[in-house]
Write a protein that binds this ligand. Structure first.
Ligand code: DGJ
Length: 344
């Protein structure tokens, strides 16, 4: 073959190869209730979780559920399905669609049955904040006994967002029961724990000490007797919002949102923000966190768990963009959506 022809074929070959490697992979859609895989192809195991944005990366912390689910007959008043507690997992992402498993930020204890972190106990709804003053990452989570009677909050700290976290112990904040919970950090650096208390009937909002390790002693009782669980808090245009669920064990119920001018209240109930099919059942999900998307205008994602009570590890995730009209918010059902197309 003529040398020139061989040269042209080689150039075309290299150019074609080049085009392939330069192709930008299509952005992953957020698909409600599908099986979500991490970057290693394993099922994401981060339930009842929350997300911390730090140094350009999102860290998703959640309950690392064990493989098998069993029913605890010693708790006859509700369907107490349980799984072995694996501890708190952490995944990282820069685009909210591709998640890398970073390991167990706080592993459960495998041998010492007296440890609060023993896998037979309950470790739920972990949330992490970064404390600028101490330079520590602070985790709070619901720590409970096998039968949910302990009703306490546990605290752990780390120098790094991916852990490992050092467990400091648990207590009943402000001397009151604490089960479902979240954390919220305000723009002024003050942080709050929001927790279902008084047998899940009343939602407490408790200011934390400046190091975020203890309640500061100032707290309010909210939605008294209304049994709100699964609180998720965010701030928008100087208004505070709490999204929460009712209290029906692992079964879905109607979500509710409330608004206030101050974290400690008074709170005004706005009603059910969900719309579309099964909106009265929160699309068969339960709130866990509301995420503000960094660098995008007015971009908030409501995160829900869709529990599978008889196979808890196979519980799925629903993440839905929130729409606002003035102070009112709406969470319309979406089967699937793309972050960059939704938020500008
Ligand atoms: C509802 C809570 O929101 C969950 O975190 C979990 O504790 C279940 N109850 C247990 O039934």
């Amino acid at each position: 073959m003529n040398k020139n022809i061989i040269f042209i074929i080689c150039v075309l070959f290299v150019a074609c190869g080049q085009k392939k490697t330069n192709e930008i992979p299509a952005e992953k859609a957020i698909v409600s209730g599908a099986e979500w895989l991490d970057t290693d192809g394993n099922r994401i195991n981060a339930h009842g979780g929350g997300i911390l944005y730090h140094g350009g990366t999102y860290y998703w912390y959640g309950e690392y559920k064990g493989d098998s689910t069993y029913w605890n007959p010693k708790v006859p008043s509700w369907e107490c399905y349980r799984t072995e507690a694996g501890g708190v997992s952490v995944y990282s992402s820069t685009n909210l669609a591709d998640w890398k498993f970073e390991g167990l930020a706080l592993p459960s204890e495998q041998n010492d049955t007296t440890s609060e972190l023993h896998y037979a106990h309950v470790l739920e709804r972990p949330k992490v904040l970064y404390n600028e003053a101490t330079g520590k990452f602070v985790m709070w989570l619901h720590v409970d006994s096998h039968d949910y009677a302990k009703a306490a909050a546990g605290v752990a700290v780390s120098d790094s967002p991916a852990g490992p976290f050092e467990y400091l112990g648990s207590f009943r904040p402000n001397g009151q029961m604490s089960r479902d919970m979240t954390l919220f950090k305000d723009d002024d650096g003050k942080a709050y724990q929001v927790y279902s208390s008084e047998e899940n009937q009343t939602l407490y909002i408790s200011l934390l000490t400046d190091d975020y390790l203890q309640p500061a002693g100032t707290f309010t009782r909210n939605f008294i007797g209304l049994s709100r669980e699964a609180p998720a808090v965010f701030k928008r245009n100087d208004k505070y919002y709490i999204l929460s669920s009712g209290c029906t064990a692992w079964d879905p119920n109607q979500a509710e949102v409330a608004i206030a001018d101050s974290m400690l209240g008074e709170w005004t109930i706005l009603g059910n923000p969900c719309s579309g099919p099964d909106a009265d059942k929160t699309f068969y999900g339960q709130s866990t966190h509301v995420l503000k998307v960094e660098g995008k205008e007015d971009a908030y994602i409501a995160m829900f768990d869709r529990w599978n009570k008889t196979d808890l590890i196979d519980s799925r995730y629903l993440w839905l963009p929130i729409k606002f009209e003035g102070e009112k918010m709406e969470i319309p059902w979406q089967e699937s959506w793309i972050i960059s197309e939704t938020f500008k």
